[in-house]
Write a protein that binds this ligand. Structure first.
Ligand code: ZN
Length: 240
């Protein structure tokens, strides 16, 4: 499986808290995490040339794309957004993490503003599983506690998810649809809210297991072909 992690490096990651959470860099942490699936993983920086390193070859060769962005959403060109969206509709899996809710990429695929409420207090998030039979939640129990996280709350302007797996709860009384699957065309999209850049959320064993299971769930399973959209006329029908 070919996995491409698209991630930015921003100034908040260079803060004391950011460096403490991810001394190796958030992008490198996500790359290492995804490598534990056994897949071949490439890391593309979004802040450098607006993810310009996402060449046609990389986009067309990717089975699952993981997207984390915060400060640099507008740097990504519409051309890249369109190409990646086309690939996703043809069956590439996509995982959008945390502030990627505000990316041009997810808005293109979901068609809504994806706006939400937020509060950056480093507080506990309890993610309640509301679909224990779902493959993404396998073996992870009734809930996952994230000791320090940015509060994301409803109303979250998304279309009704095709599969709702987790609802986050915060001490302020807020709740949030934090683990959702959307089917778009032949592709599957997973959105997961935890993962602010100054908290070590992606180091938590339960979160790592969840994301690896999400990667397996959204992956197309069989290698994607370029001509997946073409109508194939059986040979026998054109002989006569
Ligand atoms: Zn954040």
């Amino acid at each position: 499986m070919n996995i491409t992690v698209v991630c930015e490096h921003n100034a908040s990651m260079d803060s004391e808290e950011g460096k403490k959470a991810y001394p190796e860099g958030l992008g490198a942490c996500l790359k290492n995490l995804m490598e534990e699936t056994g897949g071949s993983v490439s890391l593309v920086r979004m802040d450098e040339n607006g993810a310009g390193a996402l060449t046609d070859e990389i986009i067309n060769g990717t089975d699952v794309m993981v997207w984390w962005g915060h400060w640099y959403h507008q740097k990504v060109s519409d051309e890249i957004v369109n190409k990646v969206a086309d690939r996703a509709l043809r069956g590439m899996g996509m995982i959008f993490l945390h502030s990627a809710h505000d990316s041009k990429m997810i808005k293109k695929l979901l068609g809504t503003s994806c706006s939400l409420k937020w509060r950056e207090d480093g507080e506990l998030e309890r993610l309640w599983c509301v679909n224990m039979a779902h493959p993404i939640a396998r073996g992870l129990g009734e809930y996952i506690d994230i000791p320090q996280e940015e509060m994301y709350g409803e109303p979250f302007d998304i279309p009704a998810p095709d599969e709702l797996i987790y609802i986050g709860w915060f001490r302020g009384g807020e709740v949030f649809r934090g683990g959702c699957v959307f089917n778009r065309g032949r592709g599957k999209i997973f959105y997961f809210n935890p993962g602010h850049e100054t908290y070590p959320t992606y180091k938590l064993p339960q979160v790592r297991q969840l994301l690896k299971q999400a990667c397996a769930y959204v992956s197309p399973g069989i290698p994607l072909k370029e001509d997946v959209n073409c109508v194939h006329i059986p040979e026998w029908s054109i002989k006569n």
